[in-house]
Design a protein around this ligand. Structure first.
Ligand SMILES: [Zn+2]
Length: 335
């Protein structure tokens, strides 16, 4: 890599529930020059070194202009993580302040779904669009919204926590402390739970049985079996048409479409953009998802398109880098 020009690179970090994706971008072309993927712990004393190590691993011999970090949860407009259900150790922390001196360059923190939509509005499928809903499917579900050409922010910047929209009463327990949140049925992380359930239990779609099974499997998977089954593994079996995986993905996508129909009724986007690692296989489940979306929607004549993020699983990290170029993140609509 050329190092003839200083400060021509920007860094974006996307901190997920299980993985941390770091990219080095050319600040002019916004193209990825280098990237790195690490496993991430929810413990602060290992999370910070993971972030700094991942940044250093792709920035050696390069002077960087700025760093952006996308985090899952409610980040306020002062860069403080106010509530992160999936990485509770971050609550109350301000990474922009805490890591700024370490790197000696401007550092900005933003909600991860906002980062993904910023990337798509600047370099991806949302460019030039005035009404867009971004939905990131991962460990949880994140959301970001452009309405009438403006990024919506909400009180303290907390808008768009659509994964914690309740989709049923007395439903699955959620890491946020509520129950029945959409993400407990429709996040990518539910795929192994569906798979284990359908493999071991009678064929049913009864939500109560599914709820009990989920509790059962969360216990067995995480505490007893220590399974390495991942959402990606289930998706690969689905692509191979394996029966249990097909049921699992169809069940998850039924819930994705169900939740999208509600959010669509409220926001009326012209485009729904999916983000997260699962989007690379979008073409395999696109039809199933759209059928579910139509099934639960009030009128099928005016439904928006659902498309995968052009930046794929890198959308969050790319957007975080772009965010770092400006002091505020809410003025990116229409590129
Ligand atoms: Zn929740």
């Amino acid at each position: 890599m050329s190092t003839s020009k200083d400060s021509e690179y920007i860094v974006g970090v996307d901190v997920g529930g299980t993985k941390l994706n770091t990219v080095l971008l050319d600040s002019e072309s916004l193209q990825i020059v280098k990237s790195s993927m690490s496993a991430v712990s929810d413990k602060l004393d290992s999370l910070y070194p993971t972030i700094t190590d991942s940044i250093e691993s792709i920035t050696s011999k390069v002077q960087i202009r700025s760093i952006g970090i996308g985090l899952p949860g409610m980040v306020d407009d002062q860069d403080t993580m106010c509530f992160s259900p999936h990485i509770a150790s971050l609550n109350g922390h301000n990474l922009a302040k805490e890591l700024k001196d370490y790197f000696n360059c401007p550092l900005k923190v933003e909600n991860d779904a906002n980062c993904a939509l910023i990337a798509e509005s600047v370099t991806g499928v949302a460019k030039g669009k005035n009404n867009v809903l971004m939905v990131t499917l991962g460990t949880g579900i994140g959301g970001s919204i452009i309405t009438d050409g403006n990024f919506l922010k909400g009180h303290r910047g907390f808008i768009g926590e659509i994964g914690h929209m309740a989709v049923t009463k007395n439903g699955n327990p959620c890491v946020c402390g509520k129950s029945g949140c959409w993400e407990t049925y429709a996040a990518s992380s539910t795929l192994p739970l569906y798979y284990e359930f359908f493999k071991n239990h009678e064929r049913t779609s009864n939500p109560e049985i599914l709820r009990l099974a989920k509790l059962d499997f969360e216990k067995s998977i995480k505490q007893e079996l220590g399974t390495t089954l991942t959402g990606q593994a289930v998706m690969e079996l689905y692509i191979q048409n394996e029966e249990t995986a097909v049921r699992s993905v169809e069940s998850m996508m039924d819930w994705v479409g169900f939740g999208l129909s509600s959010v669509n009724s409220i926001l009326a986007p012209e485009l729904i953009v999916l983000g997260g690692g699962i989007v690379k296989d979008f073409r395999y489940y696109e039809h199933t998802l759209y059928e579910s979306f139509k099934k639960y929607s009030q009128n099928n004549d005016f439904l928006p398109l659902i498309v995968p993020a052009a930046n794929g699983a890198n959308a969050g990290a790319v957007g975080a880098a772009i965010v770092s170029l400006k002091s505020t993140s809410i003025s990116y609509a229409n590129g």
